[in-house]
Structures are given as C-alpha cells and as structure tokens.
Ligand binder design. Structure first.
Ligand code: HSE
Length: 452
C-alpha cells in the first residue's frame, strides 16, 4: 500500500488529538482510501509541554522548518493557531507544493485569499474542514453536498462557549457574569474570553461559510458582529414568556429584494448577533457546547448539521477527513479538483446592516406613569416602524418598570435611530435593549404593515 508522510506543526490539544486519532483509526483510514498516512515529525512549542495525548519524543522537534522543509514530508498540518507564524508556516509549505491542512479560522479570515492564491500558484491545495464547527462536516457539505443548490439562508450556532453560557443562564436562571466566571473556572471558556463572547470567533467562521455559500470572499470587516455580553437573564425570561430562546447566531441570507452586487451577483446579509428564535424550533434545542448549522438550499430545502464544534477529538475527526482528501488528491494528481475556494462570477455584495430588515424585541426601563407608552409608541410610529405587541409584565413595581415591544420588520438603521430618540426621552431610565428576531421559517417573515 502507498505510504504518505505527514509533517505536523502543532502538537497541543488539537495536534495531539490528530496524532491519537491516527493511531486509533489509521488502519481503518488506510483500508478506506488505499493510502497509509504515517506521521514523520511533529513540531511543538516545547518538547515537555503537557498534551492530552502523548506523542513519542523521537518524533518531536521545536523547529517547524525541520518538519515543513523535510523532503520526505508529503502533507503538512498547521495546528498552531494565530495569524503570524501560522501564516509563514502555511505559505512555506504551499510554496514547496505541499498540501496543507489547517484548523485556523482566524488565519483564513485574515489571509484566506492570499493563501488560496498561493496554493493555486504552486499546484497544491489548502484544506480547512476543521476551521468551522469542529467535527461537523459543514465545509464539505457546502462545497460538495450542496454544489447544486443556491444557498438561500444559513443559520449557525457556531460558538460553543457562547452557546454553553446562554444555555446555563436559561437553565439555571443565572446572570451572565456568574455563568461566565464558572465556565472559565471549569475550562469551558477561555481567559480572556473576548474572542468568543464578543462574537469574533463566530465572525471568522461565518465569513468562511458565507464565502463558500456565495462564491465571493467575505472579509470580517464586512460582517456585522455583536456578542453576548448584552444578554441579561431578564431578556431570556421575557423572551421565554413570548415563546423564544436567545442564541448567538452566525447568519448568511440571500436578500433577493436588495440591489444585486457588481455584475449582478447575489446581495447577502452576513452577520453575527444574539437573536430570538422560536423555542419550538430544533435550533433552540441545541444545548451546551454543541454547534449546529441550518442550511436552506433552493433545491434541498432545510437541512441541519449538529455536533461538537470544538475539542481535540471532534476537531481531529475533521482533520482526518481533510487528510484523506489531500492524500487522495496527491495520489490521483487531482489537487485542483476542488480548489480551496472558487471565486464565482459575477461577484456579489454584503448589504450594510443598517439596510437589513428584521423583526425586533425591545426592552425599555421606563418610569411607570400614564402617557409613557404613548410617547414611545409615537416615536416608533414616526419612524414608520410597526408594533406587533407590547407587554408591561406584571410583578415589577417601583419607579422604573420594564416595557417590552415586539416590532414588525423594519430596516436596522430605522430601528437604531428610533431607539436613540427613545433613549433620550426623560421617562426612559436605561439604554434600550434590542435583539433581532429570526423566525427561521421557510418563507421568511412577512408583514404587510412593515414600514406602514
Ligand atoms: N472557542 C470556540 C468555541 C472553538 O467556543 O466554539 C474554537 O473555534
């Protein structure tokens, strides 16, 4: 049987997970693809660093060049993370014509087009299944499984840390700070947690998914992002009373009513924000660290992918899948069969968030006095934003009480401007809280009164 040598850069959590998975299922993989993948060298930060699975010392080096530049290494994994050294490692390997497998969403997000071009120029390829949603084969699904579909919408719970925190807040009726602190103590959230809870990890992943779904590269600068710091227990409770759960979603939607992009490519929404989704929807049932992605294709309809989005074993599973593809591509000389990224023509555009239309949940803290509701409703009315329902929940007494509005569809910019005006009313005692509502239905929300 043909043997291909693998050079691994990164032997930490994910790297040692890949090593272990290859030990465990290497024979199975070989039987399935007809090629044996053999680890030749592993570059690590420090030989003695703790790792979840052991790697024989004889394979270890602290010099990544020794791995990448070894003429007997045929395939390279980059599992170090970050965007500086990782970029050099990937470029060096690609320039040597070696296929690279990476799990590095931040690197792709920052330098994807450059690395794809490098792969093309050197007749090799870059594989990145592990970069989005760990063990869920969502990259392969978008590139291959749905190759015959227009992607109408994609909604992803793509950050396990945020989903874990929101799940625990709802389940234990606990506030954000308490749950975050506990999650950090238990190792479910990083310290500092900003990359996850401010939505940037989800932004990187959503950009990759949007680019694959629509065939033009979507850089992070074009992706509206809001994290989960603003989600309070009170909002989870009011949302639940109205039949909704709050989830951090990566959202990619075709906006067929918007002006098309350059060359009449698709106009799309790409964003990350905490959204209210119907509690009865299957995505609302995705609990804890699990990820899930709903892909709506124009031919296939709704499909759902669910699984562990992070962790050494789930991520290793995705790396093994890429290793199999890379090995087969090498063997059959088909390295460009599925290029890392296919720029489709004509190009598309990301619609600025302020033009995107959605429903909203708004929570105000107001003085409990006759006439207050009328003054606030007048601002929405002047902004031509329809009110679907208003609740002043009972049981809240005192000078300041909550007032909840469910708003019909309206452009984001109009909602933000109306809320800025409302915030300035003397009867409003705290900054308005607003979350968008995503009904997740097949036909999308429709409200003949929107803007009326
Ligand atoms: N930190 C990420 C998460 C996993 O919480 O889902 C790596 O992208």
């Amino acid at each position: 049987m043909e043997v291909l040598n693998l050079g691994m850069v990164g032997g930490g959590t994910v790297g040692s997970g890949v090593f272990h998975a290859l030990q465990r299922n290497g024979e199975l993989l070989a039987a399935r693809i007809g090629i044996r993948i053999q680890v030749r060298k592993v570059a690590v930060k420090a030989v003695d660093e703790p790792r979840p699975y052991p790697i024989p010392r004889s394979l270890l080096t602290t010099d990544w060049r020794e791995v990448v530049e070894d003429p007997n290494v045929h395939l390279v994994t980059e599992l170090v993370g970050g965007t500086t050294v990782a970029r050099t490692i990937v470029r060096t390997a690609l320039r040597l014509g070696k296929p690279v497998i990476t799990a590095n969403k931040a690197l792709l997000s920052a330098h994807g087009p450059e690395l794809f071009a490098e792969a093309r120029a050197h007749g090799t390829n870059l594989y990145y299944e592990a970069s989005v949603c760990g063990g869920i084969p969502i990259i392969k699904a978008l590139r291959e499984g749905f190759v015959g579909n227009q992607i109408v919408a994609l909604y992803g719970i793509v950050n396990g840390t945020c989903n874990y925190i929101l799940t625990r807040m709802a389940r234990e009726q606990a506030d954000f700070a308490t749950v975050l602190a506990e999650a950090q103590r238990e190792g479910y959230a990083e310290t500092p947690p900003d990359l996850d809870i401010d939505g940037h990890d989800a932004q990187h992943k959503t950009g990759i998914l949007a680019s694959l779904a629509h065939g033009f590269w979507v850089p992070p600068s074009q992706i509206h992002v809001e994290g989960i710091r603003s989600v309070t227990l009170l909002d989870l409770q009011f949302a639940a009373q109205l039949g909704y759960s709050i989830k951090l979603l990566g959202i990619v939607k075709r906006l067929d009513g918007a002006a098309p992009g350059r060359g009449r490519g698709p106009a799309i929404q790409v964003a990350v924000y905490p959204a209210l989704i119907p509690t009865g929807h299957v995505l609302a049932g995705v609990q804890g660290v699990y990820n899930a992605v709903l892909v709506r294709g124009d031919v296939v309809g709704d499909t759902l992918f669910y699984g562990r989005g992070a962790g050494k074993d789930a991520t290793a599973s995705a790396v093994l899948s890429d290793l199999a593809d890379a090995a087969l591509d090498l063997r059959f000389g088909s390295r460009q069969r599925r290029p890392a990224f296919v720029e489709q023509t004509p190009g598309g555009r990301v619609v600025p968030m302020e033009q995107v239309v959605s429903r909203s949940f708004v929570r105000l803290s107001v003085v409990d006095r006759p006439g207050v509701l009328a003054r606030i409703a007048a601002v929405f009315g002047q902004a031509r934003i329809g009110i679907a329902s208003v609740i002043q929940p009972e049981g809240h007494t005192g000078e300041v009480v909550p007032l909840i509005f469910m708003l019909h569809e309206a452009p984001d910019g109009a909602v933000c401007r109306a809320l800025a005006r409302i915030a300035r009313l003397p009867v409003v005692k705290a900054p308005p809280v607003r979350f968008r509502v995503e009904p997740l239905d097949q036909d999308g929300p429709s409200n003949p009164n929107a803007g009326a």
